[in-house]
Design a binder for this molecule. Sequence first.
Ligand SMILES: [Fe+2]
Length: 130
Amino acid sequence: MTKNFEIYKCSVCGNVIEVSHSGEGTLTCCEMPMSLLDGKTTDGATEKHLPVVEIKDNKAFVTVGEVIHPMEEKHYISFIEVITPSNKIIKKKLNPNDEPKMHFCIKEKGEYIVREYCNLRGLWKTSIKA
Ligand SMILES: [Fe+2]
């Protein structure tokens, strides 16, 4: 059984998918069950992955990370996304050479979950309260 917003990865081919509508089945790819990515919340590495969120007035500015993450062909942030308090998704797809940044408007009170996916180091998340 999957849950909305879960992110799964195929350990064989590297496909990454996000659940838009949950179902009973087990997700498979390359004839193997896909792995649920948890979203790491602490980063001891010198290369920083946790999204940093700055709020100014009613806007939130997200940067990956505390030290700007590389955006090279072999190592880059593939997307940044936000899950709002009312479960809307705001997502920015990124490519090598893009800046690993996005911003969004804070229109609701509550918890915003901010996630990013590094093609080498996986899923990372943080949250803010507004
Ligand atoms: Fe990385």
